[in-house]
Design a binder for this molecule. Structure first.
Ligand code: 13P
Length: 253
């Protein structure tokens, strides 16, 4: 059985003060939840403060990106070694990074391998854009992204990774995928690609979240699906009470 995992991707939102206010409000609302893994992913500037504030709680902290090199002349970048000191998780290959910052399946792969080499758990984002969906290319695109992200990653490391299936047309649009559609892509494309690269055991072990306009009103529908193990939540993770509702509904509370 895979433990449900709800993570909030705050994107480029919140100062340190705002981030602390949010997690201080969130923590008491979810402290009794044991059946769901919970994480927040603040911007880099708030990572240290938030990770300190949440030490010893049931809320994990993750970064939203990293570079693959350990150190060096890479102005403006953050390395896995630096993150490992602060957090256990890192989002890799979010569609906004692919769209605005030139990330490709190859850079995603380098980052995934670097994260794993440093003991960080990557949340690897995949998902088709609207034109690809309309052209009937969803399966091909998502399969390529999964095979690309895991190229050269050994099975024992792959097993502990997390994937977020985020159809790009569903992000920030209020137009979520249907639970059935997301379940189909996760089972028939993502887990199938993992089974092909590794084996059924790995394909069944990896947790796969859905992301794209998740909110308290639709999370239950996603969680009813057998292949969906949680959510990567954007806008609805910014408010402590709304995010707590998503976590609590996932836990059946
Ligand atoms: P929204 O929940 O705002 O649609 O964003 C989803 C997302 O991109 C999470 O990484």
């Amino acid at each position: 059985m895979r433990k449900p995992f709800i993570a909030g991707n705050w994107k480029m939102h919140k100062t340190v003060a705002e981030a602390l206010e949010t997690v201080r409000a969130l923590q008491p609302l979810v402290q009794d939840i044991e059946s769901v893994d919970i994480a927040v992913c603040p911007p880099f500037t708030a990572l240290y403060a938030v990770s300190q504030a949440l030490r010893g709680t049931n809320i994990l902290v993750g970064a939203q990106n990293m570079f693959w090199e350990e150190q060096g002349a890479y102005t403006g970048e953050i390395s896995p070694r630096m993150l490992k000191e602060l957090v256990p998780l890192v989002i890799i290959g979010h569609s906004e990074r692919r769209k605005y910052f030139g990330e490709t399946d190859e850079t995603v792969n380098r980052k995934v391998k670097a994260a794993l080499a440093h003991g960080l758990t990557p949340i690897i984002c995949v998902g088709e854009v609207l034109e690809e969906r309309e052209a009937g290319q969803t399966e091909e695109v998502v399969r390529r992204q999964v095979l690309g992200a895991y190229a050269g990653v050994p099975a024992e490391q792959a097993r502990g990774t997390v994937i977020a299936y985020e159809p790009v047309w569903a992000i920030g649009t209020g137009r979520a995928a249907t639970p059935e559609d997301a379940n189909y892509v996760i089972g028939h494309v993502i887990r199938a690609a993992l089974a092909e690269m590794y084996n059924d055991e790995v394909a069944q072990a990896v947790r796969v979240q859905y992301g794209g306009s998740v909110k308290p009103a639709n999370i239950a529908g996603f969680m009813e699906q057998p292949e969906i193990d949680g959510a990567l939540v954007g806008g609805a993770s910014l408010k402590a009470d709304v995010f707590a509702d998503i976590v609590r509904i996932t836990a059946g509370r």
